[in-house]
Design a protein around this ligand. Structure first.
Ligand code: HXC
Length: 264
């Protein structure tokens, strides 16, 4: 497959959840395009691993530890990135938490944990980054959501509600910020070969087979494959695109079932 790489020479992106999976894939592609990828997460070890991978490939990267649920810490980290690197061109809100549970069995604390990471964390990071982007008159933000943001799915009430909130946030802020040159979009990946999603969404071989059967393309995607569409939306080639969702799911959500029927 031939791909076109975006040019991020001299630019800086902050990628939450950049220590693994989709976040790491986007960070590596951004850096391969000449930009500096700053990866943010709770645990330093995976972040440092991403930095090492990028540097080994000749790219520029840095790591910052932060819990996206802590609004003050997020603001301090974002301000620090701008201070250290002199600019912030892009933000990728990729950090997520998820587990499959019937809604009636979900504790208030379980609900809060996912809403706090996905919905509140995305807003805190977006708000902090936008202060700099709006002042600079340019910037692009990308939110990683899921198609169940609009069709829902049994067992994902916390995550679906949070992702739906992120989608509404995206459309709202796209209109607020377009006059000032700041774009905000979403990408909705289908089932992706990552340790986090695998553990959370298809823990057994049977569940994995059931998810696979729901994908018309008959395969999962990878962080590397998603990184192309993601970096396109961050790039200047997508300059007139804002408030939109790019679904990259092998046709999954248009099928009749996703993630199996075990919780119906
Ligand atoms: C039911 C659960 C649970 C489970 C946790 N809880 N796991 N309830 N089933 N499997 C409940 C706990 O019992 C607790 O409630 C509450 O959730 C908070 O749990 P903690 O472990 O104390 O919270 P915390 O340490 O903050 O962890 C947050 C987390 C965790 C979301 C629960 O899994 C996490 O940090 N995950 C990050 C990585 C991750 O999930 N990646 C997957 C992303 S994949 P009580 O009431 O007992 O106190 C993804 C794919 C999207 O998002 C869709 C793609 C198509």
């Amino acid at each position: 497959m031939s791909t076109t790489r975006e040019d991020f020479t001299g630019k800086v992106a902050l990628i939450t959840g950049g220590g693994s999976g989709i976040g790491r894939g986007i960070a590596m592609e951004y850096a391969a395009g000449g930009g500096t990828a700053v990866v943010l997460g709770r645990r330093p070890d995976p972040l440092n691993e991403t930095v090492q991978l990028i540097e080994a490939a000749g790219g520029k990267a840095a790591a910052v530890t932060c819990d996206v649920r802590d609004a003050d810490a997020v603001t301090a980290v974002v301000d620090g990135v701008v201070e250290q690197h002199g600019r912030l061109d892009s933000l990728v809100n990729n950090a997520a938490g998820n587990f499959v549970v019937p809604g009636k069995d979900l504790s208030p604390n379980g609900w809060r944990a996912v809403i706090d990471i996905v919905l509140n964390g995305t807003f805190f990071c977006t708000r902090a980054a936008a202060q700099h982007m709006l002042a600079a008159g340019s910037g692009s933000i990308l939110n990683v959501i899921a198609t169940y943001a609009w069709h829902g799915h049994p067992g994902t009430v916390h995550s679906a509600a949070a992702k739906a909130g992120v989608l509404a946030m995206t459309r709202t802020l796209a209109v607020e910020w377009a006059p000032d040159g700041v774009r905000i979009n979403c990408i909705a990946p289908g089932p992706t070969e990552t340790a986090g999603a695998g553990a959370a969404l298809w823990a057994t071989d049977a569940e994995r087979a059931s998810v696979m059967a729901s994908v018309p393309a008959n395969r999962f995607t990878t962080p590397e494959e998603l990184a192309g569409p993601a970096t396109f939306l961050l790039s200047d080639r997508a300059h007139y695109i804002t408030g939109d969702v790019l679904t990259v799911d092998g046709g999954q959500w248009l099928g009749k079932q996703i993630y199996g029927d075990s919780l119906r």
